[in-house]
Design a protein around this ligand. Structure first.
Ligand code: ATP
Ligand code: MG
Length: 415
């Protein structure tokens, strides 16, 4: 039997209404907060990601789906959304806006990772990017949108972690101090971190391997090495969150390993997801436009892993019930007349269905139950001859004779 590729998941009909609900809340809330949707391609030139995400990250080192196009150019399935959004913004000159440019996206991302609960090779993200301002209040807006998105979905026990990683200049001094602190512990760090010590020491702080976490306990904290300007920005973000009564916790381990990341970083975690506890993460990336040869443009955004969100929601809570009318037609003239009525119901915007396999009334009513129809409209030869139909409440089994030509109006005015 043919099977799906490892790490990829089908979203089956019983889960789809939950996805629709999450996506609807994402679209509605992003729009409320002033973000417009952008839809970018699913693959780009590999160079976009290697230049923007950075060569020393997990994504570029080992997670990208890269393949040669027929003309030999190297393409990569998008592992995240920010690079593509920034590329599109530069290509279409979307920065010519007098206000900040605020964009959001929804869609699949691809990373070659070890599949496990909450970690897949194709997964979906909802993300936003606010481009063109470094006012700390835009940081607050973006963080609050993320927080409120989860609250609106009804998620509980969440923690908002925030940190500031300052500017590249701030970090230069700090990284030196961090390396001095780690040097005597270097031989007990995990293999990855021994390598990171040379390429990207900041990332040792967020390594999940216990011995590395232990080794970085008591390490100097980045916050103490921030310039006055970075400190003021961070304090303004914290004050903004406090003013809106958004609870946060400062997390010194929350770092990003790339030069173009700067100042605010944040992450929201849930205690109910085991190892994959982060459901949304983001931060400021003031240097990214420059890395992609654009004009210097301050920017901040977040991305939410939607599979992890679905793991925290029960399947039912989401689907808003639209009543289903099952048309049960049988007999020589009943059946074709019922098929016509089905068409008219749908044209009138009513959710209606039938079962072509059911030949007798008994079988049809069984199908109506299986499809969880609220009502059945029964139409046999006798009913057609008297220009009536029978409206049956599938739950109470109460039946009522209704004039055939009045049935749509009856349904539209509340059955
Ligand atoms: P992690 O530390 O879990 O690997 P990350 O730092 O790689 O996360 P980001 O690139 O910041 O994650 O992506 C934002 C969000 O997307 C994550 O917080 C997570 O919810 C989700 N996410 C990332 N990778 C995966 C994946 N392979 N499968 C499912 N969701 C993912
Ligand atoms: Mg990852």
């Amino acid at each position: 039997m043919l099977r799906s590729v490892k790490g990829l998941k089908d979203i089956l009909p019983q889960q789809a209404s939950q996805w629709q609900h999450i996506e609807m809340v994402a679209r509605t809330m992003a729009t409320q907060y002033g973000f417009s949707e952008i839809r970018i391609p699913i693959f780009e030139f590999t160079e976009l990601y290697s230049r923007s995400i950075g060569g020393t990250t997990d994504i570029v080192e080992k997670e990208m789906y890269t393949f040669p196009d027929r003309d030999g150019s190297s393409l990569t399935l998008r592992p995240e959304g920010t690079a593509g959004v920034v590329r599109a913004v530069l290509e279409h000159k979307l920065l010519d806006s007098p206000t900040a440019r605020k964009l959001f996206y929804l869609g699949p991302m691809f990373r070659h990772e070890r599949p496990q609960a909450g970690r897949y090779r194709q997964f979906h993200q909802f993300g936003v990017e606010a481009l063109g301002t470094d006012d700390p209040l835009i940081d607050v807006e973006v963080i609050v949108l993320l927080w409120q998105f989860f609250l609106t979905l009804g998620l509980m026990d969440l923690t908002l972690h925030v940190n500031s990683i300052g500017t590249p200049d701030d970090r230069e001094v700090y990284i030196q101090k961090l390396k001095e602190f780690l040097e005597p512990r270097l031989n007990i760090l995990c293999g990855n971190c021994q390598r990171r010590y040379l390429t990207n020491p900041l990332r040792i702080l967020d390594c999940k391997v216990p011995v590395c976490q232990k080794s970085t306990e008591g390490a100097p904290t980045l916050i103490n090495y921030l310039s006055d300007k970075s400190k003021t920005h961070f304090q303004a973000v914290l004050d903004g969150l406090s003013a809106l009564e958004i609870p946060y916790s400062i997390n010194h381990r929350l770092v990003r390993g790339l030069d173009y990341y700067s100042r605010t970083t944040f992450e929201i975690t849930s205690p109910h997801l085991g190892a994959q506890s982060t459901i949304g993460a983001g931060g400021r990336y003031d240097g990214l436009f420059h890395a992609l040869q654009g004009p210097p443009t301050p920017a901040i955004g977040f991305a939410v892993g939607l599979e992890r969100v679905t793991l925290l929601l029960s399947e039912e809570i989401s689907s808003k019930k639209v009543p289903l009318f099952f048309v049960a037609g049988f007999g020589v003239i009943g059946k074709p007349q019922a098929f016509k009525l089905l068409h008219e119901l749908r044209q009138a915007g009513i959710r209606a269905d039938t079962d072509h396999k059911g030949k007798t009334l008994k079988a049809l009513l069984r199908s109506a139950d299986k499809l969880r129809a609220e009502y059945a409209i029964i139409l046999g030869d006798d009913e057609v001859n008297s220009e009536n139909a029978i409206l049956r409440n599938m739950q109470t089994k109460a039946q009522e004779i209704v004039k055939l030509k009045e049935i749509i109006q009856r349904i539209q005015t509340g059955y």
